[in-house]
Design a protein around this ligand. Sequence first.
Ligand code: PMP
Length: 364
Amino acid sequence: ALPSRPEVAALPVYNAGISASVARQLSGRQDIAALASNENPYGVSPSVTVALRTIDPSRYSDSSASALRHALSKKLDVGVERITCGNGSEELIAALCRAYLQKGDVVLTVSPCFGLHEIEPMAAGAEVDKVPMTEELDFNIDVLEEKLARRPKIVFISSPSNPVGVALALPALERLLAATLPGTLFVLDEAYLEFIDADYPDGLKVLENWRGLSWVVLRTFSKAYGLAGLRVGYGITSNAGIARAMRSTLTPFNVNSVAQAAAIAALEDDGWMCDATTRIKADRIILTERLRKMDVRVVPSQTNFLYLDLGKESAPVAKALLQKGIIVKPWMEANYTNFLRVSIGTAKDNERFVQELKPLLALT
Ligand code: PMP
């Protein structure tokens, strides 16, 4: 075979999980509970469905996503020149790595982490330094501070964390920002922001007070707004120069016209999003309590999923659940293979998960 670049040959493959259609084939069941990808179980706002019908697919999309960026600018009170839209926020992670990394650069993140926070830097030839979460599964701020002092080129932190679910409290976030030196790009990935409880900070509002630093806040329409399949994410940067660098590495027309129209409609119907996240947060409490009663260690979650320590390898459990038509995500990262990530679905799907998990936990 034609050899790829050595960095590419060494890459772990992103574990995107299996789709509902593959799960139907494998389980022989039609009624799939899709609890692996942190999607919105309530679909999308009705106004999104209406907006989709207005699109002429024969025309190119607006390459600058101007209307969407203006809508975000208004909502977030951030200059439009500091907003970049991507084909999912995944694409913006890749763009940042292409824009800022060279072979040998160091990228700092945590372990366990969102797969692309490791894969994209590696693809760019960078070395990834992962700081393990504490025993209690919280961010290890002391060690992160020490490593930030060594000026990594980029630091990727998802808060709320995928996969752990915990979020940075304000003092912890401020400690990390205070430890960030010139020459480091601080990337705060807030894919799950809309699911936090009121005592946690909105990262963008905090970072706006640190405009002297180089930073990016990443967000997505895939989770709370239910647009995972359309692929729309956005980044807000501390200055327009970072946005320009990202844009330079993106392909033109990267966000398609359907996705742009849907995202604008979704933003206009914030009420729908708030109703969905309120239900998901209430069900998060119920599912956490149900599982704890079964003696499962559940990490307190600020997201639309739970991270469970099964006390044994999670992959066989996930496989057995799949046979029952339930898709969940066994964690494959070193030291965390006893963990399972399960999305908060409808009350019915959550209950089905609990009922099917019970007998599997009893098996040794
Ligand atoms: N960041 C984090 C932390 C995520 O969990 C995800 C989705 N799993 C993404 C980014 C990417 O989301 P999307 O590309 O769908 O916007």
